[in-house]
Design a binder for this molecule. Structure first.
Ligand code: GLN
Length: 282
């Protein structure tokens, strides 16, 4: 499984979002704390960000190497700031190519997308081929095929509905051995963040200057060894100031951290005013 994050709010540097936090993406590339499949994320990383004064399409930096080996990224990351950023570190699924084109974020027009999970690539490709006008995936990696399906869905549906549509369609496609698909998607168009939980972890923290959505908290709120969000028992739907959850969401065990765990099989839609959670299966 990969780890990913998205920020929407007041401008923040790429370093502040990915490198500086004690348990941020850089650290998660070699020591994730909540990852359910795999142990490290050393097969590449990528960051996409918006500079709306310059152009509507996001900029993107991707490498097929571990984040911790790219000193040049660390050097520039403190000088680039944006009000909307999506980033990921990758642990390639067995059989998937390790190459830049297989590394999130994938992009199309104004969209950025990351997939944390695994889907039957052959079956997903058949689904894609059945959709007239669907774009060609950048790579034969399952996540690139998921991205192409999403681009096709967004040509017909508003973003949150398109994301839900792709997840529900792909959730039917099991691996040849019967293993169900894992489909944590994270998507933005620069004005909203849309994410899903489908068999892996996701949390968010909404504050006065914006909202951060991430596979796992980037601070030390897990340090008392709350290593599995499912173990949280203090369910609390009375979210913080900006959060507005219509369907649960577990506050992390350390209330002061502000992180809220998203329950499995949910859709998260966030803009700078509000975070909404809804079940994908009801
Ligand atoms: N299946 C995707 C890949 O191979 C994502 C893997 C993951 O979430 N670890 O890149």
């Amino acid at each position: 499984m990969c780890r990913h994050l998205a920020w929407l709010g007041a401008p923040r540097t790429l370093a502040a979002l990915t490198v500086d936090p004690p348990f941020g993406l850089l650290r998660q590339s070699w020591a994730p704390r909540r990852m359910r499949h795999g142990t490290i994320n050393a097969d590449g990383f990528g960051v996409g960000w918006y500079a709306p004064d310059l152009r509507p399409e996001p900029a993107r930096y991707r490498r097929a190497v571990p984040m911790w080996t790219d000193a040049s990224y660390e050097s520039i990351a403190g000088t680039i700031s944006s009000s909307c950023v999506l980033a990921a570190v990758r642990s390639a699924t067995v059989g998937m190519p390790v190459e830049e084109t297989a590394t999130a974020p994938f992009t199309h027009g104004t969209l950025l997308m990351s997939h944390n999970g695994r889907v039957n690539a052959e079956a997903a490709m058949s689904e894609l081929l059945a959709r007239p006008g669907a774009p060609v995936p950048d790579s034969r990696c399952d996540s690139a095929i998921v991205a192409a399906l999403l681009w096709e869905s967004t040509s017909r549906l508003p973003l949150p509905k398109a994301v839900a549509d792709v997840v529900l369609t792909l959730s039917e496609l099991t691996e040849p051995d019967g293993t169900p698909a894992r489909l944590n998607l994270l998507v933005t168009d620069g004005t909203q963040i849309v994410a899903t939980t489908w068999r892996d972890t996701l949390s968010y923290r909404a504050g006065p200057d914006g909202v951060l959505v991430a596979s796992e908290p980037d601070d030390d709120s897990d340090s008392d060894d709350d290593s599995d969000s499912d173990d949280d028992s203090d369910s609390d739907s009375d979210d913080d100031d900006k959060g507005d959850s219509d369907d649960g969401g577990n506050r992390n065990n350390d209330d002061s951290s502000g992180w809220i765990d998203v329950p499995d099989l949910h859709l998260l839609v966030a803009d700078t005013r509000k975070v909404t959670l809804s079940s994908l299966i009801s």
